[in-house]
Design a protein around this ligand. Structure first.
Ligand SMILES: *[C@@H]1O[C@H](CO)[C@@H](O)[C@H](O)[C@H]1NC(C)=O
Length: 218
């Protein structure tokens, strides 16, 4: 199967998935239930991972930061294409799941990603050098993955809180500095001039911002 159709299917399935009602009640976390062993009619399937509470000692501290960006990326359907990319890139996925590393994620709306003149995994330089088959085969997949990684990295600021006017580099190696300001009452990412539609969430390791456009990162 051609890589582009693979990604297309991925995006399509993300969109289809998003059309379903939210499966989990708000606030339910799947990952941090290690203290509550799974139960079956006979008893715990997994033994408890800690000793019974000692009344002399305070209970174990809750996970630092509580809810993380990784927990909330999938909540807003309007950015589920970008959210899917962040899960595909291991370094990003683990950063957004790390309570000790803050980020401001600049997530472009699906409509902005769909409007791009080229797919986020396409780079005109690859086509110039390799022709129409640039993304075929294993090397092609690696190339596409690398391009997606660059796309995602250009949309993650490795800090939060991020103050107005504070110039900062994204995770993308060699990227220009960016900052944000309020212009005519609207929050914009500069120097690209991309409008921030909303701040979707503030959680333990940062914030998720929704952009109406895509950064020009090439
Ligand atoms: C990380 O983000 C949290 C939540 O916004 C904040 O309380 C904390 O001060 C931030 N840490 C750093 C080092 O910026």
């Amino acid at each position: 199967m051609k890589l582009s159709s693979l990604y297309f299917l991925q995006i399509l399935s993300a969109i289809v998935a998003s059309a379903e009602p939210v499966a989990l009640p708000y606030g339910i976390r799947l990952k941090t239930d290690s203290q509550q062993p799974l139960m079956d009619p006979v008893g715990p399937v997994v033994p408890p991972s800690h000793q019974p509470a000692d009344p002399e000692r305070p209970p174990p501290a809750p996970p630092q930061g509580g809810v993380l960006i990784s927990d909330i990326m999938g909540r807003d359907r309007s950015i589920n294409i970008f959210a899917g990319f962040t899960r595909d890139i291991a370094s990003i996925a683990s950063r957004l799941d790390d309570s000790s590393k803050n980020s401001t994620v600049l997530a472009p709306r699906n409509s902005a990603v769909e409007k791009l003149p080229r797919k986020p995994w396409e780079d005109p330089k690859d086509y110039d050098a390799l022709g129409a088959n640039a993304y075929e085969g294993e090397d092609g997949q690696d190339r596409a993955h690398r391009n997606i990684r660059r796309f995602v990295e250009a949309h993650v600021v490795p800090a939060s809180p991020w103050a107005e006017g504070e110039k900062i580099k994204t995770l993308l190696d060699g990227d220009r500095e960016i900052w944000w300001e309020i212009k005519d009452g609207v929050k914009v990412i500069q120097p690209d001039g991309i409008e921030v539609d909303s701040i979707a969430s503030r959680v333990g390791n940062g914030e998720l911002w929704i952009l109406t456009g895509v950064r020009n990162y090439a």
